[in-house]
Design a protein around this ligand. Structure first.
Ligand code: ZN
Length: 214
């Protein structure tokens, strides 16, 4: 195994579960070490707990079922819920926070030479100029964090770029399908578990290919 490491930014959603699955199962990636990182994003969308529950179960699944492909799992917390008194509509974009944290992890671990992100064929096809501009801004944040290092910055890679969200979902093992979290507005139940809202953009998108009603 080479000393080079791939850093996988993992949200627990369908796209990044597809990336993680590829990195774990595809022989093309086996020559590099793997670090998987989840950012607990605490903000007004209130998704952090639902995502964290999914992440814990999916990580556990891959560690138990793919022991031949070990990886290091780490977490960080980015909390902007304290912005609430500002009554502002804006808070940092997930993509920007992800770029900032990924840059800092790569600075801290110089063996990280590739950053795996969950961009898909669906994003490229339907995202348009707005999505492209946001991607470019995130890349600039990443490169700014890395700009004082002597080494050239690591590259972003997109292991699921040739797949649609539906194709990714169909590829995932059933336990990962069942645990991946996609809803923007989780509905928390009295026992603390979360249910998808069935109203948001991703819920509607996913409903087109889910084989059953949850
Ligand atoms: Zn939803």
């Amino acid at each position: 195994m080479s000393k080079n490491t791939i850093l996988c930014m993992f949200s627990g959603g369908i796209d990044s579960s597809g990336v993680l699955h590829q990195l774990i199962t595809d022989a093309d990636y086996r020559d590099r070490q793997l670090v998987v990182h989840h950012i607990v994003l605490q903000n007004r969308e209130n998704r952090a707990q639902a995502e964290l529950d999914s992440v814990a179960k999916i990580i556990d699944y891959y560690q138990k079922n793919y022991s031949e492909r070990p990886f290091i799992y780490t977490e960080s917390i980015f909390n902007t819920s304290g912005f609430a008194p500002l009554s502002a509509d804006r808070f940092p974009f997930d993509m920007d926070v992800c770029a900032f944290i990924a840059g800092n992890l790569a600075v801290a671990r110089k063996d990280v030479r590739q950053i795996a992100m969950g961009r898909t064929k669906t994003d490229v096809a339907s995202g348009g100029d707005n999505f492209r501009q946001r991607m470019e801004r995130a890349q600039r944040i990443f490169k700014a964090v890395y700009c004082l290092e002597a080494e050239s910055a690591p590259n972003y890679i997109f292991p699921a770029i040739n797949m649609s969200k539906k194709e990714i979902w169909q590829m995932l093992p059933t336990p990962v399908q069942e645990e991946s979290w996609y809803c923007r507005h989780p509905q928390y139940q009295s026992d603390g578990s979360a249910m998808p809202c069935k109203q948001c953009t991703t819920c509607k998108e996913v409903a087109k290919f889910l084989p059953y009603e949850e």
